[in-house]
Design a protein around this ligand. Structure first.
Ligand code: ACO
Length: 433
């Protein structure tokens, strides 16, 4: 793992001295300056808010070329994975580095089924959340609670690793569905060994003792695809959170709980919920597309075009292309007409022809169309980010494992440029202003 070549050196001239740092190159030709000794050499540190220019690790998992709109997991293009694989095959690929053969898939699927129940005592926790608690709040707390039910957790290698990975993937899906049932005040539904991963999730969400739930293959296929689109995205905010927490030696469940919290924010995974709320607001209040575009460009107005823009993609997000197509397919096949899709298409069209968006290279991201598809499947808006979390779980696990095995990794601990007061004396309280 971690094949990097040294392809030259970058020179820094500072206060008349010259310092040379090796330039390293990854397998797709992207270059980086290895500058771990910068502070020791020069007493300088780099200032890079949001880490837009900082590689925190060397990774074999996912490649993105944001200029060309390329996304590949372990070398496989995202559209090929989305069109030819199940979510569980992609999860296996991310964690193991290769697609499973039939025997490996059967073994992994059996493990997922066997470990999909949660401890009965844990089910009692759900009862103490208030009605309508956000399912992301419940999911994150439940995820970290798993470490108290499986304190023997030791990810290990081989079968031991398979077991922990399957346990986590199976249980995050069960916890997610139970979070929803709890937020609705409905009885919990147990997972079934007769169903696939995605079927089980839908059944646990929608089956009730008074209304049978018929699984629709269109919905199952579409959800598989959406989960694949979310499965990994290299060093995004939530994955970086997982790595940062994991770098302290925290266990896998605690690290993934941190990822769930990071994902919740509206600038990250929470954008899928924010997009639908924005589209719905436009519909309800009869706002014009032009007015929304103008508001999103106004720096004095907090309104942003949710589901637009990306730190890395400076061309069309390849996941958004697939998500848009999947959205149109699902709505057609289910015979649903959703006014929000029309509004989204008009917004996209208008934005992509507006100089503000063109000059800043702002395109729809993965969240722009996924919410409309989830809505068509009957999934409530407050579950959108939870579904993103189920999808992202294999990526988080793969990165946690990669970091654990990387001899270059140290505890994550950035520095800062301090601008507070210099040393001063404490004034006795009676003399303070
Ligand atoms: N609407 C209007 N203007 C935008 C938008 C938007 N959605 N996104 C970026 N801009 C503008 C910024 O105001 C900035 O303009 P300026 O150069 O005049 O100051 C410029 O485009 C660059 O944007 P930044 O915020 O600097 O880009 P950054 O990389 O820091 O942020 C982010 C990326 C958070 C995704 C941003 O584009 C955004 O807020 N988008 C909306 C939220 C969203 O959809 N998030 C989901 C991202 S995908 C994911 O996490 C799964």
């Amino acid at each position: 793992m971690h094949e990097v070549k040294e392809v030259g050196a970058a020179e820094l001239i500072y206060e008349g001295n010259s310092y040379k740092y090796p330039v390293i190159e990854g397998s797709e030709g992207e270059r980086s300056i290895r500058m771990g000794s910068l502070r020791a050499d020069t007493k300088l540190i780099s200032y890079d808010p949001g880490y837009g220019n900082t590689a925190s690790c060397i990774s074999d998992i996912t490649f993105i070329d944001g200029e060309k709109g390329i996304l590949r997991h372990r070398g496989y293009p995202i559209d090929e994975l989305a069109n030819n694989c199940t979510f569980i095959e992609v999860a296996y690929l991310l964690v193991h580095g290769h697609l499973p053969n039939q025997n490996q898939l059967t073994y992994f699927s059996r493990l997922l089924n066997r470990h999909s129940l949660i401890h009965e005592d844990m089910r009692n926790f759900f009862k103490n959340y208030p009605d309508h608690a956000h399912p992301m709040a419940i999911l994150s707390a439940m995820m970290v609670s798993l470490s108290s039910f499986y304190p023997e957790l030791n990810v290990g290698e081989g079968e031991e690793m398979d077991l922990t990975v399957a346990r986590l993937l199976a249980k995050i899906r069960t916890l997610a569905a139970l979070s929803y049932k709890q937020s609705e005040g409905h009885p919990h539904v147990y997972p079934s060994s007769k169903m696939t991963y995605v079927e089980n999730f839908l059944n646990m969400m929608f089956y009730t003792p008074v209304a049978n739930y018929e699984l629709d293959p269109v919905t199952v296929r579409a959800l598989n695809k959406l989960l694949i689109l979310h499965a990994d995205h290299e060093q995004n905010c939530s994955t970086s959170a997982v790595r940062l927490v994991g770098s302290s030696g925290a266990n896998l469940y605690a690290s993934i709980a941190a990822g769930i919290c990071a994902l919740w924010g509206p600038l990250h995974g929470g954008a899928n919920q924010a997009v639908i709320e924005m589209l719905d607001q436009i519909r309800r209040e009869g706002l014009t597309i032009d007015a929304c575009i103008e508001r999103s460009k106004d720096k004095d107005d907090p309104f942003r075009l949710m589901g637009f823009g990306h730190r890395v993609y400076k061309s069309y997000d390849p996941r958004a292309k697939i998500a848009k197509q999947a959205c149109e397919d699902v709505l057609n096949k289910l015979g649903i007409k959703d006014e929000l899709l029309d509004i989204a298409i008009q917004l996209e069209d208008r934005a992509l022809n507006d100089d503000y968006f063109v000059s800043r290279k702002l395109y729809p991201n993965v969240d722009f169309y996924t919410g409309i598809t989830l809505r068509a499947m009957g999934i409530p808006t407050n579950m959108f980010t939870v579904i993103f979390a189920i999808g992202r779980a294999p990526g988080w696990i793969a990165h946690w494992l990669e970091q654990r095995d990387d001899p270059d990794q140290r505890i994550g601990r950035p520095r800062q440029v301090y601008t507070g007061p210099q040393e001063r004396k404490i004034i006795p309280i009676e003399n303070r202003d």
